[in-house]
Structure formats: structure tokens, C-alpha cells
Design a protein around this ligand. Structure first.
Ligand SMILES: NC(=O)c1ccc[n+]([C@@H]2O[C@H](COP(=O)([O-])OP(=O)(O)OC[C@H]3O[C@@H](n4cnc5c(N)ncnc54)[C@H](O)[C@@H]3O)[C@@H](O)[C@H]2O)c1
Length: 271
């Protein structure tokens, strides 16, 4: 432990169960000395798993549907009261596509589901930032991180509408990052994470095979949820105080590798 977040106050969204990336971020943030509020959609809390995390990290839970501006206003207001001051870091770890869940191909997307996916997975980020800015709830130099996937830059057929939605999420980080940075020095970045075995990840058609493929391409192998959490902690810390408006790949080198020896061998292209 490095006490990287000592004295910092945060809001962590998206911890559904022990596999969630946000769950690991909460554990690491606690280890690094932060105090934070946990939040998720009320419906996601019905299994009650988040209570264990709250207990373990000494955190309070404020339910909020991230598509609902009133819920988000309450989240930022209550979090400041609970934690005793402005918020220093926020994790947006929210993603959902009904089209993916229902295995609908990209060329036949259902537009109501598409709209829902955009609302939950991208607009929610803008709404969160807009609410925080309006309430002046984030401290100077504060850091906001959202999680994304490389399908925003390159096509992965199975990722269907989430590819477009992640492209929007990354654009919001840049656009809002400009305005919030200029006015309040708040930093906004996206972390583009390897395929990770979580509820959201495993819901994608062919995820298991693709997970193995990505693992065989990346020189360091797939980055797991725990190392993603470590990376997020560095972005919440003061050590990265001049990093903003970036999409940062956290993928064991996958995004910079054309092909690997292992994949060549598997394809029978190499002796
Ligand atoms: N798992 C992967 O392979 C992978 C790879 C790259 C990026 N990501 C991204 O990481 C983030 C976290 O996903 P995860 O893999 O930890 O899966 P997860 O299923 O554990 O987390 C997704 C979270 O989104 C929450 N959520 C859904 N609708 C919501 C709403 N309306 N309001 C508030 N919260 C809501 C869920 O309750 C859940 O906690 C997502 O943005 C996902 O796209 C995941």
C-alpha cells in the first residue's frame, strides 16, 4: 500500500458482485486510504452483495439509477454530506446493452434497446458530470474515470451497439474534460480495458473464445480486473494530475500488437 488516496473522497459506481471491476476498485481505494460512497441502480442491489463490500470498506451506499438526473443529484449531494466535503474521484463503471443480451446482430439492432444502451452506458456519464459541475461537487484537480473497450476504435462484430456507445463515452470524456478542466481543473479520462470475466463481459456472445484470443495476442496477456483497479487508483491519485481527456489502454499490449507468435502457430502459419 502506498497511501495514494489518503484523505480523498470518492464515488464508486457499478460494483455488482465480486467479479465487477468496480468491486476491485473499491477494495483498492480502501487500501489506499480513500473514503467513498458506493452506488448502483436500485434493481442491481436486490441480491444485497454490495452490503458486504460496504461493510468491508467502511462505506455507505446511496442507490442511484445513473440515467436519472434526480437520483444523480441526490447521489452527489448526499455523498458530500456523508464524506464531509467535495468529491475527489469518481468511477463510472456502468455498461448495459439489451441488444447484446438478446444476441441481436449489429445490422438488425432494435432501436429501443439501442436507445436504452446509450442512455445507461453513455448519457449517464454526461449526466453524472453535468450534475457534479452544476453542484460544484468535485474538488479542483479531482479525477473522473470511465471504463471503455477498444471496439470504440476497431470493429469487433460481437460487441454490436456497445461499440458505438463506447465511442460516444470516450468522446464525452474529451468534450467534458475540456470544459471541466478549463473551469475547475477536473480531469476526465477513459480506461480501455481487456476483456474481463464479469457479468457484463460474460454476457457477450463468444466472450470465452474471444477472451482466449485476446490473451494470446497481448504480450502481457489480458489485464485482469484487479490490475485495472490498480491503474484506476493511479488515475485518481495526484501522481497523474496533468493527465486528462485521454483514452488510456489497459490491455497488456493488445492494442499495439498486430499478430502474435502464439496466434500464428494456432493458425498453422508458422513451422
Ligand atoms: N468485462 C469486460 O470485458 C469489460 C471490458 C472493457 C470495459 N468494460 C466496462 O467496464 C464497466 C464495468 O463492467 P463490468 O465488466 O465490471 O461488469 P458488471 O456487470 O459487474 O458492472 C456493470 C455495472 O453497471 C451497473 N448498471 C447497469 N445499469 C445501471 C444503471 N441504470 N444505473 C447504475 N448502474 C447501472 C450494473 O448494476 C453493474 O454494477 C462497463 O462500463 C463495461 O462496459 C468491461
Amino acid at each position: 500500500m502506498y497511501n495514494l488516496l489518503k484523505g480523498k473522497r470518492g464515488i464508486i459506481t457499478g460494483a455488482l458482485d465480486q467479479n465487477s471491476i468496480a468491486w476491485k476498485v473499491a477494495e483498492k481505494a480502501h487500501e489506499e486510504g480513500a473514503q467513498f460512497v458506493l452506488t448502483n441502480a436500485p434493481i442491481a442491489m436486490r441480491m444485497g452483495e454490495i452490503n458486504g463490500l460496504a461493510e468491508k470498506t467502511g462505506s455507505q451506499i446511496v442507490p442511484a439509477d445513473a440515467t436519472n438526473v434526480d437520483d444523480l443529484t441526490n447521489l452527489f449531494t448526499q455523498s458530500q454530506e456523508i464524506l464531509g466535503g467535495k468529491i475527489d474521484f469518481v468511477l463510472h463503471s456502468i455498461g448495459m446493452s439489451v441488444n447484446i443480451r438478446k444476441k441481436i446482430p449489429y445490422t438488425e439492432l432494435n432501436y429501443d434497446y439501442y436507445q436504452k444502451g446509450i442512455d445507461v452506458s453513455a448519457f449517464s456519464f454526461h449526466k453524472m458530470l453535468a450534475v457534479a459541475k452544476k453542484l460544484d461537487a468535485i474538488s479542483e484537480g479531482g479525477s473522473v474515470v470511465a471504463l471503455t473497450y477498444m471496439a470504440a476504435q476497431r470493429t469487433y462484430p460481437f460487441y454490436t451497439d456497445m461499440a458505438d456507445i463506447k465511442a460516444m463515452l470516450e468522446s464525452i470524456a474529451r468534450s467534458f474534460g475540456y470544459h471541466y478542466g478549463l473551469e475547475k481543473k477536473v480531469r476526465i479520462n477513459t480506461v480501455s480495458q481487456s476483456p474481463t470475466k464479469t457479468t457484463a463481459g460474460s454476457g457477450i456472445k463468444g466472450f470465452g473464445d474471444f477472451y482466449d484470443y485476446a490473451n494470446a495476442i497481448a504480450p502481457l496477456g489480458n489485464a485482469d480486473a484487479e490490475s485495472c483497479a490498480d491503474y484506476c487508483i493511479t488515475l485518481f491519485s495526484d501522481l497523474t494530475r496533468m493527465v486528462t481527456m485521454q483514452n488510456l489502454f489497459h490491455d497488456g499490449g493488445y492494442s499495439s500488437t498486430g499478430v502474435s507468435d502464439i496466434v500464428m502457430q494456432k493458425m498453422g502459419l508458422e513451422e
